[in-house]
Design a binder for this molecule. Structure first.
Ligand code: FES
Length: 134
């Protein structure tokens, strides 16, 4: 990631190409995997914002081939997160780039607290992620 992007806190992960691949309803995100090809490969990710969500959410397919979801907010200064190509981790897009494992624990960087992970349940081609109003 370029220095310019890190200084301005611009993350690599994009919103889904098909914005209709997800909804936020009854305090949970529902993603239709058939419409979210970004999540079909390891380290693929989408960031979900808007649609009434009270918090930004990052959803990714990890190197463990499982889906992981996080409140998309670094515990240091609140920047967005991206999957880290090296290792089972996500990394803050800022200059200081704190790194967290899939459990949200801090692996490196200035963050002193874990990030918030969100449980992901898969039923057939859909993912369900509860997101409360914290
Ligand atoms: S905001 Fe993430 S390391 Fe500073």
């Amino acid at each position: 990631m370029g220095l310019f992007k890190r200084i301005f806190g611009i993350c690599d992960t994009r919103r889904p190409a098909d914005d209709q691949c997800w909804i936020y309803q009854d305090k949970r995100v529902v993603i239709d995997l058939n419409r979210a090809p970004e999540l079909s490969s390891v380290d693929g990710a989408i960031r979900l914002e808007g649609k009434g969500l009270t918090q930004r959410v990052l959803v990714m397919r990890g190197k463990d081939d499982r889906f992981h979801a996080f409140v998309n907010r670094c515990a240091h200064m609140g920047r967005r997160l991206d999957p880290l190509r090296e290792g089972h981790a996500v990394r803050c897009c800022s200059v200081m780039h704190s790194v967290y494992d899939y459990s949200g624990g801090v692996m490196s960087g200035p963050a002193r607290k874990p990030i918030t992970t969100l449980p992901v349940t898969q039923e057939n081609h859909r993912l369900f992620i509860p997101v409360d109003g914290r």
